[in-house]
Design a protein around this ligand. Sequence first.
Ligand code: GLY
Ligand code: MN
Ligand code: MN
Length: 441
Amino acid sequence: MILDPTPFHARRERVLAHLQAHGGGVAIIPTAPERERNNGTTYAYRPDSYFWYLTGFREPEAVLVLVAGDSPRHLLFCRAKNAEQEIWTGYRCGPALAAERFVFDEAWTIDELEQRLPELLADEPALWTGIGIDPAWDKRIVAALKATRTLARTGNAGSTSAPATLHDITGVLDEMRLIKDDSELALMRRAAQITAAAHCQAMRTTRPGRHEYEIEAELLHHFRAAGSQYVAYPSIVASGANACVLHYVDNDCRMNDGELLLIDAGCELDGYAADITRTFPVNGRFSGPQRDLYQIVLAANHAARGAIRPGASWNAPHDAAVAVLARGFVDLGLLQGSVDGVIESDSYRRFYMHRTGHWLGMDVHDVGQYKLKGEWRPFVPGMTLTVEPGCYIRPADDVPEAFWNIGIRVEDDALVTADGCEYLTGGVPREIDGIEDLMRS
Ligand code: GLY
Ligand code: MN
Ligand code: MN
């Protein structure tokens, strides 16, 4: 499926404007390589996020080139049409159609890249690319620079020179990607809706005696049936003590009466991730201790959400969540001393050891700096992030037994708006009554 090429073209124009404002040059951005899984089978192909963000083009073996200067040019290298190969591995757009559909000034086959790069780089002041991400790409860039110098020495043009400056372009692209445009937000809303509906389905179909993988299958079925191409990350379906393993992905245990089930799962739709966690009782009713802890995590989620608004610090939601959790841990007898002491000494980290969120976008842990010049950066409308406080209580002599092996996280996806924040993940309940009602329905 091909999306409207307009926003992708507009993003390339912004990159060109940046180059222009910083001395000009040529930007070169490759897509991801295909990766072998084992013995002739490959992992599901997923384009590189930077390349996808700027092109909308999903085939492997493709490179974007943007030439700044008096007559800026958008160029694409992609696989040639190949009737024989297309029988085996499917449709290839080919350069001619790709140029038309994806709005490039010119497109060539990927086989021509090596030969054309020196010509494109000759006499340009700078080369902009992602440096230090993929060693194979770094090598190709060095080879292209060398070939451009050779061209300068031996070429007919006589006066040609290679770019004198090599810039890492990822910082520029990261800042662009951090603020989502309307077409990105439409995809993120849809990814969040699909994911929320999948979590509702998981709540409806969970019961004692079923296995974690059966619920994972419910999620995957729902994601794919709604048109999402991939999971945004491996799904965590963790019952009982498994919920205290932050990155548990085995999902192979039987779910028992009296346990909680923590599900952290999200789909990826047309390149954009959702990332939702809900925690609910396998039998449909929270026990007393589960309820007590859940209310604290939920209150931390509300507090974090309330701290997100333009101008507020990136760290404000984390501080707000920690304040609520620390107070809750002290009130329940999980930690001793004053709330301030628990925060200052970091002792709350025994039960809450991760941060309260991350940027969200094409990558589930999306690009973008969290600090600027050493200070937490302020929120700006159009940023998207997760809000995901939790608590994880392992058995210990100094911990009341009623709380042993309880792991809870409540994770939502937030958009910074003009005057606050909006949750994109309202389609799945997070309040206790809402969860219990849905599980009974
Ligand atoms: N699911 C990954 C995360 O929450 O960061
Ligand atoms: Mn997350
Ligand atoms: Mn998550």
